[in-house]
Structures are given as C-alpha cells and as structure tokens.
Design a protein around this ligand. Sequence first.
Ligand SMILES: [Ca+2]
Length: 303
Amino acid sequence: MFQCRRLLGYLLVICTLCAVSGLVYALGVPPIGKKTAPKSGGGKPRKPIVRPSRVVSHSDPEPLLPATLGATSRNEKDGSELVEIRAGWFNMGSPKGIGGDDAHPQHKVYLNRYRIGKREVTVAQFRKYCESSGFSYDWNGSKPSWGYVEDYPMVNVTWDAALAYCQWAGGDLPTEAEWEKAAKGTDGRGYPWTGGWDADKCVNGSNSGGHPASVGSKSGDRSPYGVLDMAGNVWEWCKDGYDSTYYSRSPKRNPPGNNNGDIRVLRGGSWNYNNPDFFRCALRGRFEPAYRGYDNGFRPVFH
Ligand SMILES: [Ca+2]
C-alpha cells in the first residue's frame, strides 16, 4: 500500500513537469539552460531581403568648376592677347540683398568655351584698325584733355564703332554673360579679386589723376582667369541690349542677350568714379549706343 502511494506520487510529479514544459513551449519562452533553436532552416542565418530602391543622384547637375588661369593666345589681326575661359556654369547676377533689381535673380548660366581680350583695346590698336579698314574717326575733334595715349584704352567710341572693330578683328563684342564670367569666375566673388572693395586694386576716381591708365597697369585688378581691368580703368561696351528683367527668363545656356537697340550695356567701373558698387562684376550699366564717353571703351571676344 505504501509503495503504491509512492508510485502515485512519482507519477504526479512527472505529470506536473510535463504540464509546465508544455505551457513554456506554448508561450514561446526558451527553456532555461537550452539554446534557442531557429524555428526553421537552422545553420546560417538568412540574409535580410534588400528591396531595390529608386536611384537618386545627389551630384549637382550644374557643377561650378573652379576658375583657373586661362591659356593665353594672340589674335594676329589686331594684336590682342586673349585669355581662354573654359566651358561651364557660373552664377550670373548678384546674391539677394546686393546690387540693383536688374541684377536679380542670380541664376546659373552655362557658356561654351571662348576667349576674351586680356586687356581693354588700346588707342594704338584702334588707330591700326582705322588705317587698315578705312574707318573714319575724328581724332582731333574728339580728343580727350589728356590726348590720345597709345597704350591707354581707346575711349569716346560708340557701340557701333566698338562692334565694327571687334568684327574686323574676327571676333565680337562680349555678351553680358561672357563679360561677367570672365570678370568673376565661378566662386561667387563680387569683384575680380577675392574679398570686398579695395580701391588700391583698380584704376578708379581715387587714384586715377583724372584720366585712364595704361591698360593692364593694375595687377590687383585681375580676374581668376587672368583678365585685367575688369573692375576699373574704363567701362566696356557689351553686345547686349539692356533689359532689366532679362535674368528672370534668359536661357540657361549661352544666353544671347536682348537685342534692344535703343540702349546697350556697359560693364565695369572707370577712372571717373569712386562708388564701390559701380565696380561690381554684376553691375549692369547702360547707355544709348550712339553715346561716346571719355571713360567708355571695350574689349573683343572670340568663339
Ligand atoms: Ca574696364
């Protein structure tokens, strides 16, 4: 009888253990002292499934390549030394809060490679043009107070005369975009040099003595491409007709400029002014094309 009770007690303990084990299994709790086995497969764990996602490029589709000194060459027809401006994008116009309304919005422009005069066209070059082409110019009747000095920039020329010279030389007047990129490069500077306004770097009213200087005489007035006198000495005719709203709708690539013949654009500052804003690369000056000024000159571009 005693042995029978003992046997029943063992059976009760075994049944209780089985019941607890079954409950643990049902709850998914790993049994103490045993490693958790994978529910299926076993061996190496499965690699997570990576679903292909849409490829998104974070590279700028309009990259601003650094402006570096351009290769130089010489145009045989007029003797101009030229600087190559590499193809690519630049920010045209002024950043918000700087410059006049017509210099906004600042926008990216792509220009093909071109070459531009390293210096403004000189009196000597223009004299050669007149002699070679038969272009009639009243040298005595229009003489500035300092006379016509051979290596000074040619001044007192209309837009049409400047264009005629450039075309005779085999080139053209630069567009506003070509002029501005050659002046400031691609890093967003406001003047041809880095940093803010510095009157000592260019020919302006504070240091000119009342007349222009020999072209290229101010080494500080040098653009990142190596183009000289883009801030000072004389204003320079551009090909474009003036249009104050052109930047809001101009083509992104090689903008030809508005062909408004009533007013033409002049760029850069001159020996006759002191206001730093007049020397900004993005400033857009303008005059009637027939205007002739003693602080207005030009330089050619070649494509
Ligand atoms: Ca100039």
